[in-house]
Design a protein around this ligand. Structure first.
Ligand code: C2E
Ligand code: CA
Ligand code: CA
Length: 578
């Protein structure tokens, strides 16, 4: 049996096929153009008009060159034609010019149509506009390489650029510098004025940095308030010059939302190849130098030196030793008695941690606590101090010792833990310690970080009945408005004011006003670091309530402290009763 198609006369078949082709041509989403063998435009479909802007009337008989964008050189078109003639087709990405003048990318395939004599009769091109896809690709690339907030290159792009610079500088025997910039107290601005202001400030800083380096230098933002600049072809003198002018320019106040915000920066610099041959080392060393700049008083810059590196190594080895110390139980506690000046009675004690290193002997907390804070180990160490102190308070209660508030030192990191208030409550309950026998010493700096978190914690402690004091008062970032909000019981005058109290009128004035201020807020005031009778007498005349220092007692071991407490009570009781 014959099928339907072969049954039809040949002419009808052809007509049908032509009809089919013309419907496809007209309705295709691809832009189609047909030219003759001399590349004169014969026909286009409506998709073509949509993509190019031209109607057939406007371009009939013309050469497709009129679509050229000017982006590609003559070689590009020559290759295209050669491939077309040789293989019969060409495909690739090409930029064209729209009738309205803008350029757009398209993906195009051209085929050369040949007649029976094998000569080319027509060219047919099929194309799709790929602007949207290109844009999406670019956006993705931008996200991967640029910081969204400031538009600056991010860490990834910075690494790429450094890698290129290392190769080029190695080849050409040249130096370049990496500058690590950290804004001083940015977190304070962010927390106190809000993140929107913080964001605008970062954008303003980014703009200033970019405007003040040479073209070809890379300014990048690698995190929060940290920027890294890559200065090409420079040496120590050049980098120092740039660093100083950046500092001068950065600290001009910023006008944001009608406020004038001053901000300073600290800068650390490492130089290739002197301070490192690879990205990791160069960035680390610039970072180390930046920390030194901060320590040395902020708003300054420092070059990396090998001496800084050995300090970093010391820190690493101390961190390792601290971890071991926790495991091996190398810490113990000392207790320094506190005296009520008016009655001469023992009125409390401060817990001070001690570390006996198996090889190095006693290491001062002034040395290891900052390392523990920086590494986060302070959380575990502080936890140990809290538990051990409460255990001891409970044991003393069982032995019948008179109750005294015992104070421990808290670090900021500890109270930033979201559940720290709960942790304290749990420990008190576990050892059955009345909350008012535990006192927590915090410094004013806790308010600098996230004041609301700190206040929440202090409020919870007050509600629980735990006592609170402010340590080293007067040395930090005191703010009366904070003091008013903090639910505290006691101010501790820092020992630096006490040592020269009788000879330095400034110190005397400070102590006098701290006492007045404390009493104004109905707080009790204790002076630390009293070493001589005269100092105590003087503080007494100034109205100071309590004192702590070598004069009354040094930090004592547990046994010595228990003996001291019993003796003190006996004599005081004797005084009181008879
Ligand atoms: P701080 O809290 O200001 O402690 C007072 C420091 O002054 C103690 O030093 C104490 O031994 C010393 N001191 C007491 N009386 C006198 C005196 O009359 N003259 C002199 N010159 N010094 C006196 P220490 O024990 O070396 O502690 C240093 C710092 O280490 C403490 O300063 C505190 O900030 C920190 N610290 C100590 N124990 C802990 C702890 O358990 N946790 C935390 N987070 N920090 C601690
Ligand atoms: Ca203290
Ligand atoms: Ca203190």
């Amino acid at each position: 049996m014959l099928d339907g198609v072969s049954d039809m006369p040949a002419r009808r078949v052809m007509r049908n096929e032509l009809h089919l082709a013309s419907v496809i041509f007209a309705n295709s989403n691809e832009a189609i153009m047909i030219t003759d063998a001399e590349a004169r435009i014969l026909s286009i479909n409506s998709a073509f008009t949509q993509v190019s802007g031209y109607t057939l009337d406007e371009i009939y008989g013309k050469n497709p060159k009129l679509l050229a964008s000017g982006i590609h050189d003559a070689g590009f078109y020559q290759d295209m034609w050669e491939s077309l003639i040789a293989t019969g087709s060409w495909s690739g990405e090409i930029w064209d010019k729209h009738k309205s003048g803008h350029l757009y990318p398209k993906w195009m395939k051209i085929i050369a149509l040949k007649g029976e004599d094998d000569l080319i009769t027509h060219f047919i091109s099929f194309a799709t506009d790929i602007s949207a896809r290109k844009e999406a690709e670019q956006n993705i690339e931008h996200l991967a390489y640029y910081d969204v907030l400031t538009g600056l290159p991010n860490r990834t792009l910075l690494h790429d650029r450094i890698k290129q610079h290392v190769a080029a500088a190695h080849r050409d025997k040249q130096r370049f510098a990496l500058m690590f910039i950290d804004l001083d107290r940015f977190k304070y601005v962010n927390d106190s004025m809000g993140h929107a202001v913080g964001d605008q400030l970062l954008q303003a800083v980014a703009t200033r940095l970019q405007e003040n380096v040479r073209e070809g230098d890379t300014v990048s933002r690698i995190g929060g308030d940290e920027f890294v600049i890559l200065l090409r072809e420079t040496d120590t003198d050049g980098a120092a010059h740039v660093a100083q002018s950046l500092l001068d320019m950065l600290h001009q106040p910023y006008e944001i939302d009608g406020m004038r915000i001053p901000i300073h920066a600290s800068i650390g610099i490492s130089i290739y190849p002197d301070n490192g041959l690879d990205i990791g080392t160069l960035i680390k060393h610039a970072d180390v130098a930046m920390y030194r700049a901060k320590e040395d008083g902020r708003n300054s810059f420092r070059f990396f030196t090998t001496e800084m590196d050995s300090r970093i190594n010391q820190l690493f080895s101390m961190e390792k030793d601290l971890r071991l110390a926790l495991e091996r139980n190398e810490f113990h506690l000392c207790f320094q008695p506190q005296m009520d000046i008016a009655s001469g009675r023992l009125c409390g004690a401060e817990v001070l941690i001690r570390w006996n290193h198996p090889e190095k002997g006693a290491i001062s907390p002034a040395e290891f606590i900052p390392v523990a804070e920086e590494t986060g180990l302070i959380i575990a160490i502080g936890d140990w101090v809290l538990h051990t102190t409460c255990k001891k308070i409970a044991a003393w209660r069982r032995q019948g010792m008179l109750p005294l508030p015992i104070a421990i030192n808290l670090s900021l990191r500890q109270l930033l833990q979201p559940d720290f208030a709960q942790q304290v409550a749990t420990v008190l309950e576990k050892y059955d310690v009345p909350p008012n026998e535990l006192e927590l010493e915090v410094t004013e700096s806790i308010m600098l970080n996230d004041a609301q978190v700190a206040l929440n914690f202090l409020d919870k402690m007050r509600d629980l009945g735990v006592r609170l004091s402010i340590d080293d008062f007067g040395t930090g970032y005191s703010s009366l408005s904070y003091l008013k909000k903090m639910p505290i019981h006691k101010l501790k005058i820092d020992k630096s004011f006490v040592s020269d109290i009788q000879t330095d009128p400034n110190d005397e004035a400070i102590v006098r006003s701290i006492i007045a201020l404390g009493h104004q807020f109905k707080l009790s005031v204790i002076a630390e670091g009293i070493e001589r009778q005269e100092q105590m007498d003087y503080l007494k005349t100034l109205g100071c309530d309590e004192m702590q220092g070598y004069f009354y007692a040094r930090p004592l071991t547990e046994e010595d402290f228990v003996r001291f407490a019993c003796d003190a009570n006996r004599t005081a009781d004797a005084k009181c009763i008879r």
